[in-house]
Design a protein around this ligand. Structure first.
Ligand code: NAD
Length: 482
Protein backbone atom coordinates (compact mmCIF):
# COMPACT_ATOMS: atom_id res chain seq x y z
CA UNK A 1 0.00 0.00 0.00
CA UNK A 2 1.11 3.59 -0.64
CA UNK A 3 2.68 5.60 2.14
CA UNK A 4 0.72 8.81 2.81
CA UNK A 5 2.27 12.31 2.86
CA UNK A 6 3.55 13.45 6.29
CA UNK A 7 0.73 14.95 8.37
CA UNK A 8 0.78 18.46 9.87
CA UNK A 9 -0.89 20.26 12.77
CA UNK A 10 -3.63 22.80 12.09
CA UNK A 11 -3.08 25.97 14.11
CA UNK A 12 -4.71 29.33 13.32
CA UNK A 13 -5.82 27.99 9.95
CA UNK A 14 -2.27 27.06 8.90
CA UNK A 15 -0.81 23.58 8.48
CA UNK A 16 2.46 23.39 10.36
CA UNK A 17 5.02 20.88 11.67
CA UNK A 18 5.74 20.59 15.40
CA UNK A 19 7.84 23.40 16.87
CA UNK A 20 10.42 20.75 17.75
CA UNK A 21 10.56 19.52 14.15
CA UNK A 22 10.13 15.97 15.50
CA UNK A 23 7.74 13.41 14.06
CA UNK A 24 6.05 10.17 15.13
CA UNK A 25 5.64 7.12 12.90
CA UNK A 26 2.13 5.83 12.22
CA UNK A 27 1.93 2.15 11.23
CA UNK A 28 -0.63 0.34 9.10
CA UNK A 29 -2.23 -2.09 11.57
CA UNK A 30 -2.82 -4.72 8.90
CA UNK A 31 0.84 -5.31 8.12
CA UNK A 32 2.88 -3.13 10.49
CA UNK A 33 4.35 -1.09 7.60
CA UNK A 34 4.82 2.72 7.78
CA UNK A 35 1.63 4.59 6.86
CA UNK A 36 2.65 8.20 7.52
CA UNK A 37 4.19 10.48 10.16
CA UNK A 38 2.63 12.93 12.61
CA UNK A 39 4.11 16.05 14.20
CA UNK A 40 5.41 15.24 17.69
CA UNK A 41 4.03 18.40 19.26
CA UNK A 42 4.82 19.70 22.71
CA UNK A 43 3.74 22.52 25.03
CA UNK A 44 4.87 25.18 22.54
CA UNK A 45 2.46 23.94 19.87
CA UNK A 46 -0.34 23.65 22.42
CA UNK A 47 0.32 27.24 23.57
CA UNK A 48 0.09 28.44 19.96
CA UNK A 49 -3.16 26.50 19.39
CA UNK A 50 -4.77 27.81 22.58
CA UNK A 51 -3.77 31.38 21.67
CA UNK A 52 -5.22 30.92 18.17
CA UNK A 53 -8.46 29.56 19.64
CA UNK A 54 -8.69 32.48 22.07
CA UNK A 55 -8.18 34.88 19.18
CA UNK A 56 -10.98 33.26 17.16
CA UNK A 57 -13.28 33.20 20.19
CA UNK A 58 -12.74 36.91 20.77
CA UNK A 59 -12.79 37.62 17.04
CA UNK A 60 -14.57 36.33 13.93
CA UNK A 61 -15.95 33.11 15.40
CA UNK A 62 -17.14 34.73 18.61
CA UNK A 63 -19.00 37.36 16.58
CA UNK A 64 -20.92 34.78 14.49
CA UNK A 65 -24.59 34.39 15.30
CA UNK A 66 -25.84 30.95 16.28
CA UNK A 67 -27.48 30.65 12.87
CA UNK A 68 -24.20 31.44 11.10
CA UNK A 69 -22.37 28.85 13.21
CA UNK A 70 -25.04 26.31 12.35
CA UNK A 71 -24.66 27.00 8.63
CA UNK A 72 -20.90 26.46 8.76
CA UNK A 73 -21.39 23.11 10.50
CA UNK A 74 -24.09 22.08 8.04
CA UNK A 75 -21.75 22.91 5.14
CA UNK A 76 -19.06 20.82 6.82
CA UNK A 77 -21.49 17.89 7.11
CA UNK A 78 -22.19 18.17 3.38
CA UNK A 79 -18.45 18.30 2.57
CA UNK A 80 -17.81 15.19 4.68
CA UNK A 81 -20.48 13.34 2.71
CA UNK A 82 -18.99 14.59 -0.58
CA UNK A 83 -15.62 13.13 0.52
CA UNK A 84 -17.22 10.03 2.01
CA UNK A 85 -15.31 7.41 -0.02
CA UNK A 86 -11.93 9.08 0.56
CA UNK A 87 -12.56 9.52 4.30
CA UNK A 88 -13.85 5.97 4.78
CA UNK A 89 -10.76 4.51 3.10
CA UNK A 90 -8.51 6.73 5.24
CA UNK A 91 -10.32 5.65 8.43
CA UNK A 92 -10.11 1.99 7.47
CA UNK A 93 -6.37 2.17 6.68
CA UNK A 94 -5.54 4.21 9.78
CA UNK A 95 -7.51 2.16 12.33
CA UNK A 96 -7.62 -1.21 10.52
CA UNK A 97 -11.41 -1.43 10.83
CA UNK A 98 -13.46 -3.10 8.08
CA UNK A 99 -14.33 -0.65 5.31
CA UNK A 100 -18.07 -1.17 5.89
CA UNK A 101 -17.64 -0.03 9.51
CA UNK A 102 -15.50 2.93 8.40
CA UNK A 103 -18.29 4.01 6.02
CA UNK A 104 -20.75 3.92 8.92
CA UNK A 105 -18.34 5.98 11.03
CA UNK A 106 -17.96 8.68 8.36
CA UNK A 107 -21.74 8.88 8.01
CA UNK A 108 -21.99 9.25 11.78
CA UNK A 109 -19.36 11.98 11.76
CA UNK A 110 -21.33 13.89 9.11
CA UNK A 111 -24.50 13.36 11.16
CA UNK A 112 -22.89 14.97 14.22
CA UNK A 113 -22.13 18.14 12.26
CA UNK A 114 -25.56 18.02 10.63
CA UNK A 115 -27.30 17.51 13.98
CA UNK A 116 -25.33 20.16 15.83
CA UNK A 117 -25.49 22.51 12.84
CA UNK A 118 -29.27 22.32 13.05
CA UNK A 119 -29.28 22.62 16.84
CA UNK A 120 -26.97 25.64 17.12
CA UNK A 121 -29.76 28.24 17.08
CA UNK A 122 -32.26 26.13 19.01
CA UNK A 123 -30.38 26.13 22.28
CA UNK A 124 -31.50 28.86 24.64
CA UNK A 125 -31.61 29.79 28.28
CA UNK A 126 -34.58 30.73 30.42
CA UNK A 127 -36.06 33.60 32.36
CA UNK A 128 -36.59 33.20 36.09
CA UNK A 129 -39.38 34.77 38.19
CA UNK A 130 -37.65 36.77 40.94
CA UNK A 131 -38.20 39.97 42.92
CA UNK A 132 -40.92 42.47 42.04
CA UNK A 133 -39.85 44.90 39.34
CA UNK A 134 -37.06 42.66 38.07
CA UNK A 135 -36.30 40.48 35.08
CA UNK A 136 -33.80 37.67 35.36
CA UNK A 137 -32.30 35.91 32.38
CA UNK A 138 -30.22 32.75 32.69
CA UNK A 139 -28.29 32.73 29.42
CA UNK A 140 -26.49 29.76 27.93
CA UNK A 141 -23.05 30.95 26.92
CA UNK A 142 -20.06 29.05 25.52
CA UNK A 143 -17.23 28.16 27.89
CA UNK A 144 -14.68 29.88 25.62
CA UNK A 145 -11.74 27.72 24.54
CA UNK A 146 -12.45 24.00 24.83
CA UNK A 147 -9.83 21.23 24.83
CA UNK A 148 -10.65 17.84 23.31
CA UNK A 149 -8.50 14.76 23.87
CA UNK A 150 -9.70 11.82 21.79
CA UNK A 151 -8.72 8.15 21.37
CA UNK A 152 -7.77 6.08 18.33
CA UNK A 153 -10.69 3.69 18.13
CA UNK A 154 -13.29 5.96 16.48
CA UNK A 155 -11.30 9.02 15.40
CA UNK A 156 -13.92 10.38 12.98
CA UNK A 157 -16.98 9.67 15.13
CA UNK A 158 -15.56 10.97 18.39
CA UNK A 159 -14.12 14.03 16.67
CA UNK A 160 -17.58 14.84 15.25
CA UNK A 161 -19.31 14.16 18.54
CA UNK A 162 -17.16 16.38 20.70
CA UNK A 163 -16.11 19.14 18.28
CA UNK A 164 -19.57 19.35 16.68
CA UNK A 165 -21.23 20.13 20.01
CA UNK A 166 -18.51 22.52 21.15
CA UNK A 167 -18.46 24.57 17.92
CA UNK A 168 -22.25 24.71 17.69
CA UNK A 169 -22.35 26.18 21.20
CA UNK A 170 -19.87 28.88 20.11
CA UNK A 171 -16.61 27.62 21.61
CA UNK A 172 -13.25 27.61 19.84
CA UNK A 173 -11.55 24.21 20.00
CA UNK A 174 -8.11 22.71 20.46
CA UNK A 175 -8.05 18.98 19.65
CA UNK A 176 -5.35 16.49 20.63
CA UNK A 177 -6.16 13.35 18.65
CA UNK A 178 -4.56 9.99 19.41
CA UNK A 179 -1.10 9.20 18.13
CA UNK A 180 -2.12 5.74 16.83
CA UNK A 181 -4.90 6.98 14.52
CA UNK A 182 -5.91 10.55 13.73
CA UNK A 183 -5.90 10.98 9.97
CA UNK A 184 -9.63 11.65 9.54
CA UNK A 185 -9.78 14.39 12.22
CA UNK A 186 -6.92 16.14 10.41
CA UNK A 187 -8.59 15.84 7.00
CA UNK A 188 -12.01 16.89 8.31
CA UNK A 189 -10.45 19.93 10.02
CA UNK A 190 -9.10 21.03 6.64
CA UNK A 191 -12.60 20.58 5.20
CA UNK A 192 -13.93 22.77 8.03
CA UNK A 193 -11.86 25.68 6.69
CA UNK A 194 -13.39 25.07 3.25
CA UNK A 195 -16.81 25.13 4.90
CA UNK A 196 -16.07 28.66 6.11
CA UNK A 197 -14.93 28.07 9.69
CA UNK A 198 -12.74 31.06 10.61
CA UNK A 199 -9.05 30.25 11.17
CA UNK A 200 -8.34 29.44 14.82
CA UNK A 201 -11.88 28.29 15.66
CA UNK A 202 -10.64 24.70 15.30
CA UNK A 203 -7.03 23.71 15.93
CA UNK A 204 -5.55 20.22 15.88
CA UNK A 205 -2.28 19.42 17.65
CA UNK A 206 -0.90 15.90 17.15
CA UNK A 207 1.53 14.18 19.47
CA UNK A 208 2.00 11.88 22.41
CA UNK A 209 -0.39 11.83 25.35
CA UNK A 210 2.33 12.49 27.90
CA UNK A 211 3.56 15.51 25.91
CA UNK A 212 0.92 17.32 23.83
CA UNK A 213 -1.99 15.70 25.72
CA UNK A 214 -0.67 16.58 29.16
CA UNK A 215 0.15 20.13 28.00
CA UNK A 216 -3.45 20.61 26.85
CA UNK A 217 -5.03 19.03 29.97
CA UNK A 218 -3.03 21.31 32.25
CA UNK A 219 -3.22 24.46 30.13
CA UNK A 220 -4.42 27.52 32.05
CA UNK A 221 -5.89 29.01 28.87
CA UNK A 222 -8.64 26.44 28.34
CA UNK A 223 -12.10 26.77 29.88
CA UNK A 224 -13.46 23.23 29.45
CA UNK A 225 -11.95 19.84 28.69
CA UNK A 226 -13.60 16.87 27.02
CA UNK A 227 -11.63 13.65 27.40
CA UNK A 228 -12.45 10.31 25.81
CA UNK A 229 -10.08 7.48 26.64
CA UNK A 230 -9.02 5.05 29.31
CA UNK A 231 -9.97 5.45 32.98
CA UNK A 232 -6.33 5.76 34.12
CA UNK A 233 -5.61 8.60 31.72
CA UNK A 234 -8.97 10.13 32.67
CA UNK A 235 -7.74 10.43 36.26
CA UNK A 236 -4.47 12.07 35.16
CA UNK A 237 -6.31 14.48 32.90
CA UNK A 238 -8.83 15.41 35.65
CA UNK A 239 -6.01 16.09 38.09
CA UNK A 240 -4.20 18.30 35.59
CA UNK A 241 -7.39 20.23 34.79
CA UNK A 242 -8.27 20.62 38.47
CA UNK A 243 -5.17 22.77 39.01
CA UNK A 244 -6.82 25.41 36.80
CA UNK A 245 -10.38 24.61 37.98
CA UNK A 246 -11.30 23.58 34.47
CA UNK A 247 -14.51 21.49 34.21
CA UNK A 248 -14.01 18.09 32.59
CA UNK A 249 -16.30 15.69 30.76
CA UNK A 250 -14.94 12.15 31.01
CA UNK A 251 -16.01 9.47 28.53
CA UNK A 252 -14.17 6.37 29.71
CA UNK A 253 -14.37 2.64 29.30
CA UNK A 254 -16.97 -0.06 29.88
CA UNK A 255 -17.60 -3.74 30.53
CA UNK A 256 -21.04 -3.73 29.07
CA UNK A 257 -23.38 -6.69 29.68
CA UNK A 258 -25.93 -8.20 27.33
CA UNK A 259 -28.64 -9.95 29.40
CA UNK A 260 -30.36 -12.80 27.57
CA UNK A 261 -33.50 -14.23 29.19
CA UNK A 262 -35.06 -17.54 28.21
CA UNK A 263 -38.01 -15.76 26.57
CA UNK A 264 -35.79 -13.55 24.37
CA UNK A 265 -36.08 -13.53 20.60
CA UNK A 266 -32.74 -15.25 20.00
CA UNK A 267 -32.95 -14.84 16.22
CA UNK A 268 -32.87 -11.09 16.76
CA UNK A 269 -30.53 -11.08 19.74
CA UNK A 270 -27.62 -13.31 18.74
CA UNK A 271 -26.40 -11.44 15.64
CA UNK A 272 -26.48 -8.22 17.70
CA UNK A 273 -24.65 -9.83 20.63
CA UNK A 274 -21.90 -11.04 18.27
CA UNK A 275 -21.63 -7.73 16.44
CA UNK A 276 -21.43 -5.78 19.71
CA UNK A 277 -18.07 -7.41 20.47
CA UNK A 278 -16.73 -7.93 16.94
CA UNK A 279 -17.40 -4.33 15.85
CA UNK A 280 -14.07 -2.52 15.59
CA UNK A 281 -12.34 -5.69 16.87
CA UNK A 282 -13.81 -5.13 20.33
CA UNK A 283 -11.98 -1.82 20.62
CA UNK A 284 -15.18 0.01 21.46
CA UNK A 285 -15.91 1.68 24.81
CA UNK A 286 -19.46 0.33 24.61
CA UNK A 287 -18.43 -3.14 23.34
CA UNK A 288 -20.84 -5.78 24.63
CA UNK A 289 -18.01 -7.72 26.25
CA UNK A 290 -20.12 -9.84 28.65
CA UNK A 291 -23.09 -12.00 27.71
CA UNK A 292 -25.20 -13.04 30.71
CA UNK A 293 -27.44 -15.98 29.78
CA UNK A 294 -30.35 -17.42 31.77
CA UNK A 295 -29.20 -20.87 32.85
CA UNK A 296 -32.00 -22.84 31.17
CA UNK A 297 -30.90 -21.62 27.71
CA UNK A 298 -27.15 -21.38 28.42
CA UNK A 299 -26.13 -24.59 26.56
CA UNK A 300 -28.29 -23.77 23.56
CA UNK A 301 -27.14 -20.14 23.33
CA UNK A 302 -23.47 -21.02 23.78
CA UNK A 303 -23.73 -23.66 21.03
CA UNK A 304 -25.19 -21.09 18.65
CA UNK A 305 -22.56 -18.50 19.60
CA UNK A 306 -19.78 -21.06 19.07
CA UNK A 307 -21.07 -21.66 15.56
CA UNK A 308 -21.15 -17.93 14.81
CA UNK A 309 -17.72 -17.18 16.28
CA UNK A 310 -16.10 -20.06 14.39
CA UNK A 311 -17.43 -18.62 11.12
CA UNK A 312 -16.09 -15.08 11.67
CA UNK A 313 -13.29 -13.92 9.38
CA UNK A 314 -10.42 -11.61 10.30
CA UNK A 315 -8.38 -9.72 7.74
CA UNK A 316 -7.33 -6.39 6.29
CA UNK A 317 -10.05 -3.75 6.72
CA UNK A 318 -10.13 -2.81 3.03
CA UNK A 319 -10.72 -6.49 2.09
CA UNK A 320 -14.07 -6.51 3.94
CA UNK A 321 -13.60 -9.08 6.72
CA UNK A 322 -15.91 -9.41 9.74
CA UNK A 323 -13.08 -8.22 11.97
CA UNK A 324 -9.97 -6.14 11.30
CA UNK A 325 -6.60 -6.11 13.11
CA UNK A 326 -6.05 -4.54 16.52
CA UNK A 327 -4.66 -1.02 16.42
CA UNK A 328 -1.05 -1.79 17.44
CA UNK A 329 1.39 -4.46 18.51
CA UNK A 330 1.12 -3.11 22.06
CA UNK A 331 -2.65 -3.56 22.03
CA UNK A 332 -2.26 -7.08 20.62
CA UNK A 333 0.11 -8.01 23.44
CA UNK A 334 -2.30 -6.56 26.01
CA UNK A 335 -5.17 -8.65 24.68
CA UNK A 336 -3.05 -11.82 24.43
CA UNK A 337 -1.86 -11.33 27.99
CA UNK A 338 -5.38 -10.84 29.37
CA UNK A 339 -6.62 -13.97 27.63
CA UNK A 340 -3.62 -16.01 28.83
CA UNK A 341 -4.17 -14.86 32.42
CA UNK A 342 -7.86 -15.76 32.21
CA UNK A 343 -6.89 -19.19 30.84
CA UNK A 344 -4.53 -19.77 33.77
CA UNK A 345 -7.48 -19.03 36.11
CA UNK A 346 -9.66 -21.69 34.46
CA UNK A 347 -11.49 -19.77 31.72
CA UNK A 348 -11.99 -21.82 28.56
CA UNK A 349 -11.81 -20.78 24.93
CA UNK A 350 -15.12 -21.99 23.50
CA UNK A 351 -14.55 -20.74 19.96
CA UNK A 352 -12.35 -18.45 17.91
CA UNK A 353 -12.77 -17.02 14.40
CA UNK A 354 -10.22 -17.62 11.65
CA UNK A 355 -7.63 -15.48 9.95
CA UNK A 356 -8.27 -15.11 6.22
CA UNK A 357 -5.67 -16.62 3.92
CA UNK A 358 -5.05 -13.21 2.33
CA UNK A 359 -4.40 -11.45 5.68
CA UNK A 360 -0.93 -9.88 5.33
CA UNK A 361 1.89 -11.12 7.54
CA UNK A 362 2.87 -8.65 10.25
CA UNK A 363 -0.70 -7.48 10.98
CA UNK A 364 -1.87 -7.16 14.58
CA UNK A 365 -4.29 -10.11 14.32
CA UNK A 366 -6.52 -11.45 17.04
CA UNK A 367 -9.59 -13.30 15.65
CA UNK A 368 -12.76 -12.92 17.78
CA UNK A 369 -12.89 -15.28 20.76
CA UNK A 370 -15.72 -16.63 22.94
CA UNK A 371 -14.75 -17.64 26.48
CA UNK A 372 -16.69 -19.58 29.09
CA UNK A 373 -16.17 -20.71 32.68
CA UNK A 374 -15.04 -17.20 33.58
CA UNK A 375 -14.79 -16.34 37.28
CA UNK A 376 -16.98 -13.22 37.76
CA UNK A 377 -14.30 -11.81 40.10
CA UNK A 378 -11.45 -12.32 37.59
CA UNK A 379 -9.85 -9.59 35.49
CA UNK A 380 -11.50 -10.93 32.32
CA UNK A 381 -14.91 -10.33 33.89
CA UNK A 382 -14.03 -7.04 35.55
CA UNK A 383 -11.65 -5.17 33.23
CA UNK A 384 -11.83 -3.93 29.68
CA UNK A 385 -9.97 -6.26 27.31
CA UNK A 386 -10.37 -3.83 24.42
CA UNK A 387 -10.18 -6.68 21.96
CA UNK A 388 -12.80 -9.03 20.43
CA UNK A 389 -13.20 -11.28 23.47
CA UNK A 390 -16.70 -12.14 24.69
CA UNK A 391 -17.07 -13.71 28.15
CA UNK A 392 -20.20 -15.85 28.73
CA UNK A 393 -21.84 -16.29 32.16
CA UNK A 394 -24.96 -18.11 33.37
CA UNK A 395 -27.52 -16.63 35.80
CA UNK A 396 -30.71 -17.70 37.57
CA UNK A 397 -33.48 -15.10 37.67
CA UNK A 398 -33.71 -11.35 37.59
CA UNK A 399 -31.92 -10.65 40.86
CA UNK A 400 -28.79 -12.54 39.93
CA UNK A 401 -28.88 -11.01 36.43
CA UNK A 402 -28.96 -7.49 37.91
CA UNK A 403 -26.21 -8.31 40.41
CA UNK A 404 -23.92 -9.72 37.73
CA UNK A 405 -24.66 -6.83 35.39
CA UNK A 406 -23.68 -4.33 38.09
CA UNK A 407 -20.72 -6.30 39.43
CA UNK A 408 -17.97 -4.34 37.66
CA UNK A 409 -16.53 -0.89 38.31
CA UNK A 410 -18.01 0.31 35.00
CA UNK A 411 -21.45 1.60 34.04
CA UNK A 412 -21.50 2.70 30.41
CA UNK A 413 -24.10 0.70 28.47
CA UNK A 414 -26.15 -2.51 28.78
CA UNK A 415 -28.82 -4.47 26.92
CA UNK A 416 -31.74 -6.55 28.18
CA UNK A 417 -33.22 -9.13 25.83
CA UNK A 418 -36.66 -10.40 26.93
CA UNK A 419 -40.28 -10.47 25.73
CA UNK A 420 -41.50 -9.61 29.25
CA UNK A 421 -42.04 -5.84 29.25
CA UNK A 422 -42.25 -5.53 33.02
CA UNK A 423 -38.96 -7.37 33.51
CA UNK A 424 -37.28 -5.25 30.85
CA UNK A 425 -38.29 -2.06 32.65
CA UNK A 426 -37.40 -3.39 36.11
CA UNK A 427 -33.92 -4.29 34.91
CA UNK A 428 -33.49 -1.09 32.94
CA UNK A 429 -34.07 0.76 36.21
CA UNK A 430 -31.76 -1.48 38.27
CA UNK A 431 -28.81 -1.59 35.90
CA UNK A 432 -26.19 1.04 36.68
CA UNK A 433 -25.36 2.35 33.22
CA UNK A 434 -25.64 5.56 31.26
CA UNK A 435 -27.58 3.81 28.49
CA UNK A 436 -29.75 0.68 28.73
CA UNK A 437 -31.10 -0.83 25.52
CA UNK A 438 -34.09 -3.20 25.49
CA UNK A 439 -34.19 -5.76 22.68
CA UNK A 440 -31.57 -3.86 20.69
CA UNK A 441 -28.06 -2.55 21.19
CA UNK A 442 -26.39 0.48 19.72
CA UNK A 443 -22.72 0.22 20.59
CA UNK A 444 -21.57 3.78 20.17
CA UNK A 445 -24.40 4.72 17.80
CA UNK A 446 -27.26 7.15 18.21
CA UNK A 447 -26.24 10.76 17.70
CA UNK A 448 -29.60 11.82 19.20
CA UNK A 449 -29.20 9.80 22.42
CA UNK A 450 -27.44 11.28 25.47
CA UNK A 451 -24.32 9.21 26.07
CA UNK A 452 -21.90 8.86 28.96
CA UNK A 453 -21.05 6.76 31.95
CA UNK A 454 -21.83 6.05 35.55
CA UNK A 455 -19.22 4.84 38.07
CA UNK A 456 -15.76 4.43 36.48
CA UNK A 457 -17.15 4.93 32.98
CA UNK A 458 -16.99 8.66 33.51
CA UNK A 459 -19.24 11.65 34.02
CA UNK A 460 -20.89 14.29 31.92
CA UNK A 461 -22.75 13.59 28.69
CA UNK A 462 -22.04 14.00 25.02
CA UNK A 463 -24.30 13.45 21.99
CA UNK A 464 -27.82 14.82 21.70
CA UNK A 465 -28.89 18.21 23.08
CA UNK A 466 -27.42 17.17 26.41
CA UNK A 467 -24.00 17.20 24.73
CA UNK A 468 -24.62 20.69 23.42
CA UNK A 469 -25.55 21.91 26.92
CA UNK A 470 -22.29 20.42 28.28
CA UNK A 471 -20.42 22.86 26.09
CA UNK A 472 -22.14 25.86 27.65
CA UNK A 473 -22.27 27.45 31.05
CA UNK A 474 -24.99 29.64 32.56
CA UNK A 475 -24.65 33.38 32.89
CA UNK A 476 -27.38 34.98 35.03
CA UNK A 477 -28.37 38.56 34.31
CA UNK A 478 -30.60 40.12 37.00
CA UNK A 479 -32.20 43.45 36.05
CA UNK A 480 -34.04 45.64 38.53
CA UNK A 481 -36.22 47.96 36.46
CA UNK A 482 -38.99 48.91 38.90
P1 NAD B 1 -5.79 6.53 26.29
O1 NAD B 1 -6.36 7.01 27.56
O2 NAD B 1 -4.50 5.83 26.29
O3 NAD B 1 -5.62 7.73 25.25
C1 NAD B 1 -6.68 8.61 24.92
C2 NAD B 1 -6.11 9.94 24.53
O4 NAD B 1 -5.46 10.50 25.68
C3 NAD B 1 -5.05 9.89 23.43
O5 NAD B 1 -5.19 11.01 22.59
C4 NAD B 1 -3.74 9.97 24.22
O6 NAD B 1 -2.69 10.52 23.48
C5 NAD B 1 -4.15 10.91 25.34
N1 NAD B 1 -3.32 10.82 26.55
C6 NAD B 1 -2.60 9.75 27.01
N2 NAD B 1 -1.95 10.08 28.15
C7 NAD B 1 -2.28 11.37 28.43
C8 NAD B 1 -1.96 12.27 29.49
N3 NAD B 1 -1.15 11.91 30.49
N4 NAD B 1 -2.49 13.51 29.46
C9 NAD B 1 -3.32 13.88 28.46
N5 NAD B 1 -3.66 13.08 27.44
C10 NAD B 1 -3.15 11.84 27.42
O7 NAD B 1 -6.93 5.65 25.64
P2 NAD B 1 -6.86 4.82 24.30
O8 NAD B 1 -6.10 3.57 24.57
O9 NAD B 1 -6.44 5.70 23.18
O10 NAD B 1 -8.41 4.51 24.07
C11 NAD B 1 -9.01 3.42 24.61
C12 NAD B 1 -9.83 3.81 25.82
O11 NAD B 1 -10.78 4.82 25.48
C13 NAD B 1 -10.65 2.65 26.34
O12 NAD B 1 -10.61 2.61 27.74
C14 NAD B 1 -12.06 3.00 25.84
O13 NAD B 1 -13.08 2.37 26.56
C15 NAD B 1 -12.07 4.46 25.95
N6 NAD B 1 -13.11 5.05 25.08
C16 NAD B 1 -14.22 5.61 25.65
C17 NAD B 1 -15.23 6.13 24.84
C18 NAD B 1 -16.46 6.76 25.44
O14 NAD B 1 -17.10 7.55 24.75
N7 NAD B 1 -16.86 6.45 26.66
C19 NAD B 1 -15.11 6.07 23.46
C20 NAD B 1 -13.97 5.49 22.92
C21 NAD B 1 -12.97 4.99 23.75
Amino acid sequence: MTVLAPQLNLIAGEHSPAASGLTLDVLDPSDGSPLTTLPRSDARDVDAAVAAARGAFRGAWGRCTATERGRVLSRLAALILQHHAELAELESRDTGKPIAQARVDINACARYFEYYGGAADKLHGESIPYAAGSTVIAMRVPHGVTGHIIPWNYPAQIFGRTVGGALAAGNACVVKPAEDACLTPLRISALALEAGLPPGALNVVCGLGAEAGAALAGHPGINHLSFTGSPGTGTAVSQAAAVNHVPVTLELGGKSPQLLFADADLEAALPVVVNAIVQNAGQTCAAGSRVLIERSIYPQVVARLVERFAALTTGRGLDGPDCGPLISRRQLHRVQEKVATAGSLGAQVLAQGRLRDDAPAGGFWFPPMLMGNVDPASALAQEEVFGPVLAAFAFDGEDEAAELANATPYGLTAAVWTRDGGRALRLAQRIEAGQVFVNNYGAGGGIELPFGGMKHSGHGREKAFEGLRSFTTIKTIAIQHG
